[in-house]
Design a protein around this ligand. Structure first.
Ligand code: COA
Length: 162
């Protein structure tokens, strides 16, 4: 039986920390689906299509990875795909509280699902999409924190060439 898993997130934007989780997840699972959330209640910096395309470019060196978008409940998306495993990255103790609650709520909604946590690699433990957005908005260099495709896109926004 194929081991399939969904790695969900807003990915606004996708960072090297997210990429690290995906690169490690493909060594454990036969098929990893990166599920890009299209949240109704918050407005991400990058539109859904842009977030999705930048992830597709960033993971193009990996086999057995696909990128999809979803709206609504994660559990409904999982049921639609017939997948029961969700991957989430854990960076620091501060993530634990939120992640634990989310895993419990999802389990309450869909008892057959399991959340598997991968510990963030040490060099990305401090990284977050919000920090990247702040550095970007203040004119800083974001290249050490995001895949090349993401850096190039954000740089082109800054220069107004997109
Ligand atoms: N490396 C670097 N950064 C990481 C990381 C890692 N390994 N893991 C998480 N992060 C950071 C992100 O950069 C982001 O930082 P920010 O908050 O400062 O911007 C933050 O942690 C989380 O973002 P992301 O990884 O994109 O996930 P998310 O928390 O936005 O995703 C969903 C949440 C989409 C999975 C969740 O809201 C969901 O399932 N929504 C659907 C609705 C639903 O089913 N709700 C019920 C469940 S409670």
């Amino acid at each position: 039986m194929l081991k399939r898993a969904v790695y969900p997130g807003t990915f606004d934007p996708f960072t090297l920390g997210h990429l690290d989780i995906v690169e490690r997840a493909v060594k454990i699972f036969d098929d990893v689906i990166i599920a890009v959330a299209n949240p109704r209640h918050k407005e991400p910096l990058l539109p859904i299509d842009v977030r999705k395309n930048l992830i597709i470019e960033s993971v193009s060196h990996l086999k057995n990875v696909s990128v999809m978008e979803f709206e609504g409940l994660l559990v409904d998306f999982l049921k639609k795909l017939g997948i029961r495993t969700v991957i989430r990255g854990l960076r620091a103790v501060s993530d634990y509280d939120y992640e634990l609650k989310m895993a419990w709520i999802n389990k309450k909604l869909y008892d057959e699902m399991e959340t598997i946590f991968l510990l963030s690699s040490e060099q990305f433990a401090y990284l977050s999409s919000s920090f990247v957005k702040e550095i970007f908005s203040l004119g800083g260099d974001i290249r050490p924190f995001v895949p090349r495709a993401v850096a190039e896109y954000l740089e082109s926004l800054r220069k107004g060439t997109f």
